[in-house]
Design a protein. Structure first.
Length: 253
C-alpha cells in the first residue's frame, strides 16, 4: 500500500511538472514584439476558391482565416470601423474580384470583416481604423493590393486622437506577396501584407490606450486591417492537466 501511495505521489509530481512545462513552452511560442514581418501565406474560408495563392488568382469574395508572417496567426480580428481624417480618402477606386459586385462604398469595402478581397485605392494622408478594444502589446496587420507602398502608421485612442508622437514607418518592401487577385475593373495584381507589434512604434514615453491605427500613404490600396494572434497556449496545458487528474482519480477508485 505504501509503495502505491509513493507511486501516486511521484505521478502527481510528474504531471505537475508536465503542466508547467507545457505552459512554459506555450508562452515561449507566443510571438513577442519584433520587427515588421511580411505576410507570406494565408488560408481562406471559402471552399469554392480553389487554392488561392501565388499561382491561382482569387476571383470571388473570401475571408482570411489565418496568415503566416514568421508565425502563423489563426486568431484574426478585423477592424470594426474606419474614418478618413486629415486628407484621407475612402472615396477612391473600389477594388473587388472579377466575379463579384462592387461594394457600396470605400468605407464598406474596408470594414467588411476579414474579407481581404475588397478595398479602396489610394487612401491618402490619413484613415483611422478602430478595433473596438484595447490592443496594447498586440500584433496588428494590414493588406495592400498591388505593388506595395510606403506607409506611415500611428497609434490612436478610441476617439481617434493620435497618441503622443509615436510612429512606425513601413516601406514598400515590407509588404510581401501572399496571393493574387483578378480585379473586376481590370488587372491581376498581388495581395501583399505585413504584421507588426504595437511595441514597434517609436516615440516618447510609454505607449498605452491603443484602440486603433491611422494609416497614411498616397498609394496604399488597403484591403484589410486587423489584429493577429495565436491560440491561447494555456488551453493546451489545461488539457494535459485534466487528463492527468482524471487518470489519478481512476487509479484511486
Amino acid at each position: 500500500m505504501r509503495f502505491l501511495q509513493e507511486a501516486d505521489q511521484g505521478m502527481r509530481k510528474r504531471l505537475l511538472s508536465l503542466g508547467v512545462a507545457v505552459c512554459a513552452v506555450g508562452f515561449l511560442a507566443s510571438p513577442a514584439g519584433a520587427a515588421i514581418v511580411g505576410i507570406t501565406a494565408a488560408t481562406w474560408d471559402d471552399p469554392g476558391v480553389v487554392n488561392p495563392g501565388l499561382a491561382n488568382p482569387i476571383v470571388n469574395h473570401t475571408n482570411l482565416t489565418s496568415i503566416t508572417a514568421g508565425t502563423t496567426y489563426s486568431v484574426l480580428t478585423a477592424a470594426t470601423s474606419a474614418a478618413a481624417v486629415d486628407g484621407g480618402n475612402l472615396g477612391g477606386t473600389l477594388l473587388f474580384p472579377v466575379n463579384e459586385s462592387a461594394p457600396a462604398s470605400g468605407l464598406a469595402a474596408v470594414t467588411d470583416g476579414l474579407n481581404a478581397t475588397t478595398g479602396v485605392a489610394n487612401i491618402g494622408d490619413g484613415v483611422n481604423f478602430f478595433f473596438g478594444q484595447n490592443v496594447d502589446g498586440a500584433n496588428l496587420f494590414f493588406v495592400d493590393y498591388g505593388g506595395g507602398d510606403a506607409t506611415l502608421v500611428r497609434p490612436i485612442d478610441g476617439a481617434g486622437a493620435l497618441i503622443g508622437d509615436f510612429t512606425l514607418n513601413t516601406l514598400a518592401g515590407d509588404l510581401t506577396q501572399f496571393a493574387i487577385m483578378n480585379r473586376a475593373n481590370g488587372g491581376i495584381d498581388p495581395l501583399r501584407g505585413l504584421v507588426f507589434n504595437t511595441s514597434d512604434f517609436i516615440g516618447t514615453g510609454a505607449l498605452t490606450g491603443v484602440e486603433g491605427i491611422r494609416l497614411a500613404s498616397a498609394g496604399l490600396d488597403v484591403m484589410a486591417v486587423g489584429v493577429a494572434a495565436v491560440p491561447e497556449p494555456s488551453s493546451l496545458a489545461l488539457v494535459f492537466l485534466g487528463f492527468g487528474v482524471a487518470l489519478l482519480r481512476r487509479r484511486a477508485s
